[in-house]
Design a protein around this ligand. Structure first.
Ligand SMILES: CC(C)(COP(=O)(O)OP(=O)(O)OC[C@H]1O[C@@H](n2cnc3c(N)ncnc32)[C@H](O)[C@@H]1OP(=O)(O)O)[C@@H](O)C(=O)NCCC(=O)NCCS
Length: 256
């Protein structure tokens, strides 16, 4: 299908591999937005057109273009040809036999979007814009498990914001990899950091050894975490890279 060289994945995507792509973008203007939207299907384009806030519209289009480009880098399917359907609790998955076992998850924030992809594995990703006063201990009190609150309270003041965002994005990445989303009580599992690992409340069955988690700062303004369910996390080959708007636009202009 002739993907641009900068979209290719170095090795085959199999159940022991995890691909993460993230894209930072500035306000992009209507022409560039329309260029990326060429990769989307009619439903996605209509949804994007209903988003009134420019930053949200851009993030939605960029995320869905990035998903399509990332999936196409692992299969001989054109970016615009992918079709999706919601699974239980709304987690989108690829519709039809073309899926070839590929699994993915996406996240959008203002200025940054991210995608995780594997094959026959549950994956989740979350990206958050780190804004002054957005994620406070007061908010964490309502969302974090007691052990996570204790970890944050013990953090040196200079580390507190990072700890809050690491835990928040890890929690989101986990509930998105699981697929349960909002239906999973946020206090029924807890993260420790450095390295990130999960523990489960007795109310929630789960094997902490069956998960891979990572956090990163793709930019000083954004926090990102991803999760993958895997029986041997140490065996997972990770391919985590930034993508550029220009590379996506080149792909959009050559494939549709
Ligand atoms: C989807 C959900 C799981 C995450 O939403 P979010 O963080 O606001 O948004 P993100 O940009 O990271 O992810 C949205 C994408 O996740 C995907 N998604 C939707 N439902 C999903 C689910 N059940 N599981 C996994 N992914 C899902 C979709 O692709 C969606 O994007 P789209 O609508 O453009 O296709 C949300 O429903 C949710 O449950 N949020 C929890 C909010 C919360 O209390 N967080 C505090 C954590 S400490």
């Amino acid at each position: 299908m002739g993907l641009a060289p900068d979209m290719r994945i170095a090795q085959a995507v199999d159940p022991d591999s995890l691909v993460v792509r993230y894209l930072a973008f500035e306000p992009m203007g209507e022409a560039r937005l329309a260029g990326l939207a060429r990769m989307l299907d009619d439903g996605e384009r209509a949804y994007a057109a209903r988003l009134k806030v420019a930053g949200e519209r851009e993030a939605y289009v960029a995320a869905h273009a990035l998903v399509r480009a990332t999936l196409s880098s692992a299969a001989d399917v054109a970016p615009y040809a992918w079709r999706f359907q919601p699974g239980e609790h709304g987690k989108p998955r690829i519709a039809g036999p073309v899926a070839q076992g590929l699994s993915f998850n996406l996240s959008h924030a203002r200025g940054m979007v991210a995608v995780a992809m594997s094959r026959h594995r549950d994956v989740g990703v979350d990206v958050e814009r780190m804004e002054q006063g957005k994620l406070t201990m007061q908010l964490a009190d309502q969302m974090f498990a007691p052990a996570e609150l204790a970890l944050c309270r013990a953090a040196p003041p200079a580390r507190l914001t990072d700890a809050l965002y690491d835990i928040w994005t890890l929690k989101e990445a986990y509930i998105k990899a699981d697929g349960g989303g909002f239906t999973i009580p946020l206090q029924s599992f807890a993260f420790t950091l450095d390295p990130p690992s999960i523990s489960f409340d007795p109310s929630r069955a789960g094997d902490p050894a069956g998960w891979l988690f990572r956090t990163l700062r793709p930019a000083p303004t954004h926090a990102l975490a991803f999760a993958m369910r895997h029986p041997r996390p140490a065996d997972v080959r990770m391919d985590v890279q930034p993508m550029t708007e220009d590379a996506l636009l080149r792909l959009a202009s050559t494939t549709n």
